[in-house]
Design a protein around this ligand. Structure first.
Ligand code: SAM
Length: 211
């Protein structure tokens, strides 16, 4: 959401991604469809810092893709912590496994393949940190499902809440996905169990804490 000059300055004055994450990012760009979906260096750094502050025991990630954000979130895990990450696309498992093996967190990452809305209740777990980054049309459904699963003081991070700026259309000439993201942005504020802030980071990111 910042102009190129400001974005470059912000990036230049933030820590660099690890060599492993840079390699995963490049392989995703070369081999995978829609590499723009990957969190990337700046947002990945943000996820890693939040996780390091929180030191979570249980993390839920909805939308693994090639595992870039999974590794970033794993960086702050408690020694006995686990990140549970869900993606419906089984073709991504090979690249995920390659980089999870190369990371320090292989034994702390549990992958689930399938529809997130079906898998989440079957986990029977509560979470200290949740990263919502799958199908935007279901964001409000995910919110209903995961808000009760957040421990007190737990953090929910929701990606793409500006939806390429489309939610900003003053005439609200929204397509279906934009309408549903706008609804989600209103629903997150209505959830009085959460304190939320929307940040202009990349495509917009909401950070909520369970009260
Ligand atoms: C934006 S990408 C995730 C990017 C990843 N979190 C990162 O930052 O590198 C979204 C992922 O959600 C997955 N996805 C979409 N709809 C889903 C659903 N209903 N259940 C589970 N996964 C889904 C897609 O297959 C895709 O890999």
């Amino acid at each position: 959401m910042f102009d190129l000059k400001a974005s470059t300055y912000l990036q230049t004055h933030s820590s660099n991604e690890s060599q492993l994450l840079a390699k995963l990012r490049r392989e995703t760009e070369l081999k995978c469809l829609n590499p723009i979906m990957l969190s990337g260096e700046f947002q990945g750094n943000f996820l890693s810092i939040i996780s390091k502050i929180k030191k979570p025991k249980n993390v839920l990630e909805i939308g693994t893709y090639t595992g870039y954000s999974t590794i970033c979130l794993a960086e702050g895990l408690d020694k006995k912590g686990t990140i549970h990450t869900i993606d419906k696309n089984e073709e991504l498992i090979e690249i995920q496994n390659k980089y999870f093996e190369l990371s320090n967190y292989r034994n702390q990452i549990k992958q689930y393949t399938g529809e997130a809305l079906k898998i989440i209740p079957s986990m029977k777990l509560n979470f200290d940190l949740i990263f919502l980054d799958a199908d935007k049309e279901n964001y409000s459904n995910y919110l209903k499902k995961v808000s009760p699963l957040l421990n007190k003081g737990g953090i929910l991070i929701s990606d793409n809440v500006l939806w390429h700026g489309k939610v900003l259309d003053e005439n609200r000439n929204y397509d279906k996905t934009t309408k549903l993201i706008d609804e989600f942005n209103k629903n997150i504020i209505k959830d009085k169990s959460l304190q939320s802030i929307m940040l202009p980071l990349r495509d917009g990111i909401s950070v909520s804490v369970k009260l």
